[in-house]
Design a protein around this ligand. Structure first.
Ligand SMILES: Nc1ncnc2c1ncn2[C@@H]1O[C@H](COP(=O)(O)OP(=O)(O)O)[C@@H](O)[C@H]1O
Ligand SMILES: [Mg+2]
Length: 257
């Protein structure tokens, strides 16, 4: 079982889109996948066509009831099945958690403890919020590996050094085994010279950690999530589906080597 946190404190770089499509892509390759929506905005949840307002329990309830005394909400109570994968959904209620966990001892270890109760998955992917907050710390503490989606644009590397510092800090204090296992470029337009230059910069900076697969900008990708579907269920022949499937193949190959 490999636990991967999909992290970048920048918003709009395709964390959520990538978590969804990598999740469904890995399931297409025969893997058992659990996706955890860890962003209070709940975009991953709605990306699967799940009505966020209609949830009795969410990830929030699992976290909250483990942080404080009283009966615990089980993982099974929250778990949903969609498109051959399992999802722990979230909604805006979770935005309270950073404040609520404020003085709780061991507040960064809660997700790690929860994952000890979960069996039978090849991959668990955590879609993180666009901030370096308690939720992101929980994800980084629980994870074996970090994937960083980077948008191919002028300011691509902006914020990356802050993110690296945070990951180093988590390694020192909370999770010595954490490693950056993958970086991939998103929303790439090969006709834009600047984008290709950014890719070069990323390769120089990240070396082998950078995935070879580049995720191209493809309107079908954004249409898919607005219809509550993965790219594979929306348009299997699209560039978006091809790119995400190639990325998934690379992910699986890296496990073997
Ligand atoms: N390959 C792509 N082609 C076109 N649009 C994309 C692509 N990937 C993501 N998007 C769009 O970019 C926006 C930001 O993506 P999102 O996954 O929500 O980012 P984040 O989770 O990092 O904030 C969304 O509107 C999404 O539909
Ligand atoms: Mg998101």
């Amino acid at each position: 079982m490999k636990v991967i946190a999909v992290v970048n404190q920048k918003g709009g770089v395709a964390k959520t889109t990538s978590t969804q499509n990598i999740g469904v892509g890995l399931a297409k390759l025969g893997k058992k996948v659990l996706l955890i929506d860890f962003d209070p905005q709940g975009n991953l949840t709605s990306g699967f066509g799940i009505d966020k307002r209609d949830l009795n329990y969410t990830v929030y309830d699992i976290l909250k009831t483990r942080a404080f005394p009283g009966p615990e909400i089980s993982v099974e109570k929250v778990l949903l099945e969609k498109d051959n994968i399992s999802i722990l959904p979230t909604n805006i209620k979770m935005s309270k958690i950073n404040i609520e966990l404020g003085g709780v001892p061991g507040k960064d270890n809660i997700l790690k403890e929860i994952l000890k109760e979960i069996y039978g998955f090849d991959y668990i992917l955590i879609d993180c919020p666009p901030s370096l907050d308690t939720l992101t710390f929980n994800a980084l503490t629980a994870a074996d590996a970090v994937y960083i989606p980077v948008q191919a644009e002028y300011y691509a590397l902006e914020g990356i050094s802050e993110l690296m510092d945070t990951i180093d800090m988590v390694k020192q204090r909370l999770n010595e085994n954490l490693k950056i296992a993958g970086v991939f470029a998103t929303m790439l337009d090969k006709r834009v010279k600047l984008h290709l230059e950014v890719i070069k910069e990323l390769k120089k900076f990240f070396g082998e950690v950078m995935f070879k697969t580049l995720i191209r900008r493809n309107v079908k990708v954004s249409e898919a999530s607005s219809y509550g579907k993965s790219i594979f269920d929306y348009d299997e022949k699209s560039h978006g589906a091809q790119d995400y499937l190639n990325l998934c193949k690379e992910i699986v190959e890296r496990e073997v080597n």
